[in-house]
Design a protein around this ligand. Structure first.
Ligand SMILES: Nc1ncnc2c1ncn2[C@@H]1O[C@H](COP(=O)(O)OP(=O)(O)OP(=O)(O)O)[C@@H](O)[C@H]1O
Ligand SMILES: [Mg+2]
Length: 265
């Protein structure tokens, strides 16, 4: 492990402290339709700096869509989304800049297939952040070391296992120094023996104070790392609670039903 510190400020005071929490991500009355389908219904969500949210809910409930609206991979019909107090710009340079603040890791390994692991990590810092190549490569190596794949730096993505590729995807996102990281089922396409190596990196990030929104079915991770569980069903946020409260005392029938299904597997 190295000295690289991707989280450059101390963990913020979260709700309950004397200081006002620093809200990093805010969704305010967000509505979204896909044609006739109402996928996001009056979504209101605040994520404080340093908070780790785990988003759970049945398939089709809008979890991925919600994540994708946060860096505007999906547009919204109405409402507002703010990153560190700034509304998401419609397009252009301002949007690219704000997007750079939000790192995203998806289910499928979306590394650039024709670039080495090292180039995958340095590409955006050099192009978007205008970092000098030597510096960008030094930091990329530190990040690859942190996620345990420094020895793979000169290989192509197809030469790595799924778990290794997903760890590279995390390093690549961190190389932009994002204010917040979004994870959309980052382990669900992995062979079971590779799930933990990715979750371990995520737990470490959480402990370092990274602000994270994670869609995942990994309830062990949720219990270990989440400050708050957000339960979605039918395009709505039905519950938001601490892991203990949510898992032990779900309030809605939908959540009880959901938990009875996933926890028996
Ligand atoms: N681009 C799209 N065009 C039309 N409908 C879409 C599109 N993307 C998602 N949907 C629909 O929107 C709804 C919400 O999808 P979403 O992918 O956000 O759900 P999810 O909670 O992430 O589900 P899963 O757990 O299966 O990943 C679903 O009914 C889905 O079919
Ligand atoms: Mg999804």
């Amino acid at each position: 492990m190295t000295q690289t510190n991707v989280v450059d400020t101390p963990q913020a005071t979260v709700a309950g402290g004397a200081d006002k929490p620093h809200v990093l991500v805010e969704l305010d009355h967000v509505e979204k339709h896909f044609g006739a389908l109402h996928v996001l219904k009056d979504i209101n969500l605040k994520v404080n700096k340093g908070e780790v949210l785990v988003i759970v809910g049945p398939s089709g409930s809008g979890k991925s869509t919600m994540c994708r609206t946060i860096n505007r991979l999906e547009t919204i019909d109405s409402g507002d989304i703010r990153i560190d107090g700034q509304s998401l710009p419609q397009e252009g340079k301002a949007l690219a800049q704000l997007r750079a603040e939000v790192g995203m890791v998806f289910q499928s390994f979306n590394l650039f297939a024709n670039k080495t692991i090292l180039d995958n990590v340095t590409l955006a810092p050099i192009k978007v952040r205008k970092r000098n190549k030597v510096e960008a490569e030094r930091e990329a190596m530190d990040l690859l070391d942190r996620v345990g794949v420094a020895s793979q730096a000169n290989k192509m993505p197809s030469q790595l296992s799924g778990g290794q590729q997903q760890r590279v995807a995390i390093a690549r996102a961190l190389a932009m120094h994002p204010k917040v990281m979004l994870f959309d089922e980052p382990t669900s396409a992995l062979d079971p023996e590779m799930v933990n190596e990715v979750l371990d990196v995520m737990v470490e990030l959480a402990h370092e104070g990274m602000t994270m929104l994670c869609v995942t079915h990994e309830m062990g991770f949720a219990r270990k790392a989440a400050d708050r569980i957000v339960f979605m069903a039918d395009g709505q946020i039905l519950e938001q609670d601490t892991p203990d409260a949510f898992f032990e005392h779900p309030k809605t029938e939908r959540a009880k039903d959901f938990l009875s299904k996933i926890l028996t597997h």
